[in-house]
Design a protein around this ligand. Structure first.
Ligand SMILES: Cc1ncc(C[n+]2csc(CCOP(=O)(O)OP(=O)(O)O)c2C)c(N)n1
Ligand code: SF4
Ligand code: SF4
Length: 369
């Protein structure tokens, strides 16, 4: 991965790791993910009762940023006086006065936020031209925490709201961050039609297979036989295969990764942000509190380890998005499934049609003045 190769060149004399032990919720993602075994969980407690990590072997650290990317609490980062970096990458994009966030220890939503933040930086997107829209749910809280123009809208309506934003100001990069329930149950129709219309937005769906915020009800993504509060004997409805739906409806870009695959997720979000029409990135993410616990899957870290084992890389010659369906605790097809340029975005299609029909009478969109 180019990003990792580049970051490995960081001069250890210029960099150091910093940990905000008070922000930590003790999920151990950073310790587990560190490729150099630099970190250890300490025996000490912070004031909230969590064990933070310590830098046990600083000499081994290559400042690859992996701990910074995976930490859902934004609690550990590589700092450098030479390179004028002293805070977590997501700090600049978050309303830090609203921290600590509501997400549980080991929840993957914060990790997805890091991937989004990094992707925004990598893509060089002007934050004054970035709009982030969410509906309701734990994932829906993202819009309330990010420090760009953001909208915490009603349940299921994020895509509808985003369509309006995108049409009103074509200069804006409109991003929807949504839970699987929000996007595909109550919000399903908006999702399908925005993909069909190739509406100008990037949709990031944080799929934890459950309605988290409301107590763990079955979702359209819950795998058959998985336990939810409304299916105590196991889910029995066939779940949606989101990449398949997005592709079938006409999305320009479709990918799926998990919160274990932070670099890929970051790169996919960056690629998605580069598309003009409808781009869709699914991020499979742990909900240890309401999906993991009820299904005896352990904590967030156990889910992350499972994602590593269960992931099967998409190969164009072998797979289609029809193979991206998910069964309970079974393989998860991951990869960049669709990247096409043969459709006009909603804005361009509207423009072309109006130009063709109205000729010189058409003043262009948005209407000047
Ligand atoms: C009209 C309406 N119906 C139902 C709800 C209750 N509700 C809030 S969030 C939510 C589910 C969210 O699940 P998901 O989108 O998967 O997000 P998660 O919490 O898992 O991140 C529901 C049903 C609501 N707020 N508004
Ligand atoms: S990843 Fe973050 S929250 Fe989890 S143990 Fe490390 S510092 Fe703490
Ligand atoms: S309930 Fe689940 S999705 Fe919501 S914050 Fe907790 S772990 Fe995350």
């Amino acid at each position: 991965m180019a990003e990792e190769k580049k970051s490995k060149k960081k001069d250890p004399k210029e960099w150091r790791l910093e940990i905000d032990a008070e922000r930590c919720k003790g999920c151990a993602f950073c310790v587990e993910f560190c490729p150099k075994d630099t970190l250890e969980m300490s025996d000490e407690f912070n004031s909230k009762g969590y064990h933070p990590p310590v830098i046990a072997r600083p000499e081994t650290c290559t400042y690859c940023d992996m701990c910074e990317m995976v930490c859902p609490e934004f609690a550990i980062w590589a700092a450098s006086d030479t390179h004028k970096k002293s805070t977590h990458i997501s700090d600049d994009f978050l309303r830090m006065d609203r921290m600590p966030h509501i997400w549980c220890p080991g929840c993957g939503i914060g990790t997805v936020v890091n991937c989004l933040t990094k992707a925004l930086v990598d893509a060089g997107i002007d934050r004054d031209k970035t709009q982030i829209v969410s509906g309701i749910g734990c994932s829906g809280r993202v819009a309330g925490y990010v420090d760009v123009d953001s909208y915490h809208t009603t349940h299921g309506r994020a895509v509808a709201f985003a369509t309006g934003l995108a049409l009103a100001d074509p200069e804006q990069k409109v991003i929807v961050v949504s839970g699987d329930g929000d996007l595909t149950a109550i919000g399903g129709n908006h999702f399908f039609h925005a993909a069909r219309r190739n509406a100008n937005m990037t949709v990031i769906c944080i799929n934890n297979f459950i309605y988290g915020m409301t107590g763990g009800q079955v979702a359209p993504t819950t795998p058959e036989t998985a336990i939810a509060v409304t299916t105590p004997y196991g889910a029995y409805d066939a779940p949606f295969n989101l990449p398949f739906i997005a592709e079938s409806c006409g999305a320009e870009y479709v990918s799926r990764w998990t919160t274990y695959h932070v670099r890929h997720l970051q790169n996919s979000i960056k690629a998605a942000l580069g598309k003009k029409g409808f781009s869709f990135v699914e991020a499979i993410s742990p909900c240890p509190t309401l999906y993991g616990r009820r299904n005896k899957l352990g904590d967030g870290l156990d889910s992350m380890k499972f994602y590593k084992e269960a992931a099967v890389r998409y190969k164009k010659k072998e797979h289609t998005t029809a193979d991206a369906d998910i069964s309970f605790q079974d393989k998860i097809l991951i990869g960049n499934f669709v990247d096409r340029d043969d459709r006009l975005s909603l804005l361009d299609a509207m423009d072309e049609q109006h130009k063709a029909k109205l000729g010189d009478k058409y003043a262009g969109w948005p209407i000047p003045g």
